[in-house]
Design a protein around this ligand. Structure first.
Ligand code: PLP
Length: 384
């Protein structure tokens, strides 16, 4: 059996080595390391892929979130509602900008921010909602956009984990993740579904004025050379990373399909076990994720019932099966983000999920033998 890995970036590279090497070599030969033509080419390819008017490349997904909030003109004291169950980057940038993060609970079946909890948390100071499309599946955007409209709030999609996913609204309209809210951010960290070979990120929006503002912010607040109209940052996508992404983007749909196929095989092997809850599809999608386009399985995350998650994790360690606990501590209990306003009773789902979730190896190179071995090891342990 091939060596088990959480992600197999070497295997994925081998498959597209010629295209990537050629793309990188072009940059080396031209020395256009900053803002070279590949950056603009990738930007326009991604705009076409996502069906958005503007893609603004930047240095990483955390910067993308921060710049997005700067671009929207959010001010200290403004309250930003986001999920308690996510990676810290989302809440970190809110706090860094002296905005007030307001963490809310998630839905048990989708792991995504709970619209009912959002609505309860709205105050006159609320300015934006940041849904995170966790593990590769869109949050309930119909409900979130309705709430935002009703209360006049911005919606910033943190799309670091769901690039390539398609959201089907209850009206049947399909849109790519990251093209639904007012603005979205993503990350091209190597292990993300569209990863480069270092750090990278991007912002998406259909709003021309906002895109213009943000293009200046990423470049030291300059709209005219050496005229600094606003406080900006230096956040660029390296040309070499853009060259890698330009070569990989045409493969993204295939990568999503390979992840879905792996997910469907895991599901078939683990289905019906009383101690396992399998990941599910978007609420507007009938049936199961593997046959629809709503989920791109950035992670394949199970819930293990009966208090056996940690024992299973230890057993997988013994068997040489990599796994991840995303995430082990709710953000509202992280030292950096504690706030006396938070009540444990408002986070019952996240508090439960952090004890139940376990993510299995998930990548484009997983084969049947590996999946069967992992699934059998899990089932045998839970049945013992
Ligand atoms: C990875 C990730 C980020 C941050 O991306 P970086 O490129 O590592 O800065 C932000 N939000 C979520 C949900 C992520 O998974």
């Amino acid at each position: 059996m091939k060596k088990l890995q959480m992600v197999d970036l070497v295997g994925q590279y081998q498959d597209i080595k010629e295209e990537v090497d050629e793309s990188i070599e072009e940059i080396l030969n031209s020395a256009a390391f900053i803002n070279g033509p590949a950056v603009h080419q990738f930007q326009s390819d991604l705009e076409n892929y996502l069906g958005v008017k503007h893609v603004i490349p930047c240095a990483n997904g955390t910067d993308a979130l921060q710049i997005t909030m700067m671009g929207l003109g959010l001010k200290p004291g403004d309250e930003i509602i986001t999920a308690d169950f996510t990676f810290a980057a989302t809440v970190e940038v809110i706090a860094l900008l002296n905005l007030t993060p307001v963490l809310v609970d998630v839905e048990e079946d989708t792991f995504n921010i709970d619209p009912i909890a959002i609505e309860k948390a709205i105050t006159p100071k609320t300015k934006a909602i940041v849904p995170v499309h966790l593990f590769g599946m869109c949050a309930n955007m119909d409900a979130i956009m309705d709430i935002a409209k009703k209360h006049n709030l911005f919606v910033i999609e943190d799309n670091a984990q769901a690039i390539g996913a398609t959201y089907t609204s209850s009206s049947g309209l399909k849109k790519k993740a990251g093209s639904i809210g007012h603005i979205a951010s993503t990350s091209f960290f190597p292990s993300k579904n569209l990863g480069c070979y270092g750090d990278g990120g991007a912002i998406f929006t259909n709003d021309d004025a906002l895109a213009h503002t943000i293009r200046g912010i990423v470049n030291h607040g300059m709209y005219t050379r050496y005229h600094h109209d606003v406080v900006g940052v230096n956040s660029r996508l390296d040309t070499i990373q853009a060259a890698v992404l330009k070569a990989k983007l045409p493969h993204l749909d295939n990568y999503c399909n390979r992840r879905r196929l792996a997910a469907s095989k895991y599901m078939a092997a683990l289905k019906g076990h009383p101690a396992i809850i399998l990941p599910r599809a978007n609420k507007n999608c009938e049936g199961i994720c593997e046959v629809c386009d709503c989920h791109v399985f950035h992670q394949f995350t199970l819930r293990i019932l009966g208090g056996k998650r940690d024992a299973l994790a230890a057993h997988l360690n013994d068997k040489g099966i990599p796994h991840g606990i995303y995430y082990p501590i709710p953000l509202h209990r992280q030292k950096a983000y504690v706030d006396e306003r938070y009540q444990e009773a408002d986070f019952t789902v996240t508090n439960k999920l952090v004890k139940e979730v376990i993510s299995l190896p998930m990548h484009t190179e997983l084969d049947d033998e590996q999946i069967a071995y992992i699934a059998t090891t899990i089932v045998d342990f839970l049945n013992a």
